[in-house]
Design a protein around this ligand. Structure first.
Ligand code: ADP
Length: 448
């Protein structure tokens, strides 16, 4: 087993990892920027190392500083959390060269899945259903038009290096195509330094359904069911559920089995998420994330498995703790991402001091948060202040509990997205689970 884990992250996910380490009797090292001297992950860790000034590129993304912090503290492993360096293949390689265990997949697998064209090609080869589209990058507008006519408009131009919804443009007809190509290329070039783009059929009313997978790196792999993350704003997830209200047990077992088999063939190591769009009973792969996701607790709630324990086990060479036949899906879970953003002013970030803070409790209620009363949210990082995760024996019970838990929460001093969740939990479409990836944007537009 690894002995001392350096947590290369901040906020709620740093605490999440820290808790798992404590349970396993593993020492923890927090790293932090000067803006995070008073952060909870720093207070709770066994040791902490300051790695630089507030901007992330100088601290949480600063590889030499993090490697130095490993050497100073004697950490034998690094957990990257999500975001920051979690999907940086070079970071995984560098840790390897320093004999520090990266708690995640191999650098090669990170690289393949980080390039969306390569990822799609790999998924297809492994038997995963993909969105119809160009076989690779499109460089010539005439050739792009031929392909688009073949798959049928509307089509989506996507950046191979894409992330966070950037570099994506829809073309509804042939006349819009060259413009969409040019815009997506220049956006991708500016954002990622790589202007390669490809074409995909644009699905009009899909749901976003993703499958949680786990591999031991030696060819054993399991799936832990799916999460439905269709409620999104600007391609950012807002509310996630497990299981999806749209799937039955047979569909779950089928797509889950396809994903687990693919990961077994790939000899994938650690936690991964295979993301699909789901429309008219069909799954279409869009990308794979080679890290722990923000929304992993809903999977933990219905399976009882601790995904961070599992990541640490696998990274320590101890293999998976459960076989597929031992994984059971019990009840229903929903997660709300509580951001310091004002839903009334188009989600403008609202950093500042939290003057009053009270979180809910009771059966089936979990809060993962890195903040506390009196804490000042710095303006330098993402606006997630906590996640409320609620579990019930079925979706109805889960929604009842969620409504009650949302009523109990107090966060004063900053604006938060709580009012949005209090509206959503009483909405009839949400009540029946009848929503697609455009539902939330339409709902917000109608309210504005
Ligand atoms: P990113 O890595 O930038 O997040 P993804 O490929 O994961 O990009 O897509 C992000 C979101 O964009 C999806 O959740 C979905 O809402 C939308 N999207 C992506 N591909 C398609 C498609 N072919 N048709 C319709 N919507 C899509």
């Amino acid at each position: 087993m690894v002995k001392k884990v350096l947590i290369a992250n901040r906020g709620e996910i740093a605490l999440r990892v820290l808790r798992a380490c404590k349970e396993l009797g593993i020492s923890t090292v927090a790293v932090h920027s000067t803006a995070d001297n008073a952060a909870m992950h720093v207070r709770l860790a066994d040791e902490s190392v300051c790695i630089g000034p507030p901007p992330a590129r100088d601290s949480y993304l600063n590889i030499p500083q993090i490697v130095a912090a490993c050497e100073i503290s004697g950490a034998d492993a690094v957990h990257p959390g999500y975001g920051f360096l979690s999907e940086n293949a070079r970071f995984a390689d560098i840790l390897d060269a320093h004999n520090v265990t990266f708690i995640g997949p191999t650098a090669d697998h990170i690289r393949i899945m980080g390039d969306k064209i390569e990822a799609k090609r790999t998924a297809k080869r492994l038997g995963i259903p993909v969105v119809p589209g160009s076989p690779g990058a499109v460089t010539d507008d005439g050739e792009a038009l031929k392909i688009a006519n073949g798959i049928g408009f509307p089509v989506l131009v996507k950046a191979s290096a894409g992330g966070g919804g950037r570099g994506m443009k829809v073309a509804h007809s042939a006349s819009e195509l060259s413009n969409a190509l040019a815009t997506a290329r220049s956006e991708a070039g500016a954002a990622f330094g790589d202007d390669a783009v490809y074409l995909e059929k644009y699905l009009e009313k899909p749901r976003h359904i993703e499958v949680q997978v786990f591999g031991d790196g030696a060819g054993n792999a399991i799936h832990l069911g799916e999460r439905d993350c269709s409620l999104q704003r600007r391609h950012q997830k807002v509310w996630e559920e497990a299981n999806s209200p749209a799937l039955d047990d047979a569909q779950r077992a089928k797509i889950g089995g396809i994903c687990a088999d693919a990961m077994s063939e790939l000899r994938y190591r650690g936690a991964g998420t295979i993301e699909f769009l789901y429309e008219n009973g069909e799954f279409y792969f869009i990308e794979m994330n080679t890290r722990l996701q923000v929304e992993h607790p809903v999977t933990e709630a219905i399976t009882g498995l601790d995904l961070v324990h599992e990541q640490i086990r696998v990274a320590s060479g101890q293999g998976l703790s459960a076989k597929q036949s031992e994984i059971q899906f019990a009840g229903h879970a929903i997660e709300c991402r509580i951001n310091a953003e004002d839903p009334k002013t188009f989600f403008a970030p609202s950093p500042g001091q939290i003057t009053h803070y009270h979180m809910p409790g009771g059966l089936g209620v979990r809060v993962d948060s890195g903040v506390y009363q009196g804490y000042t949210i710095p303006p330098f990082y993402d606006s997630l202040i906590g996640k409320l995760i609620v579990h019930g024996r079925n979706r109805t019970e889960c929604m009842m509990r969620l409504r009650r838990a949302l009523d109990e929460i107090v966060v004063d001093g900053v604006k938060t997205t709580l009012p949005l969740f209090r509206d959503l939990v009483d909405n009839p479409d949400i009540g029946t689970g009848d929503y697609d990836i455009h539902w939330l944007e339409k709902y917000l537009a109608a309210k504005a």
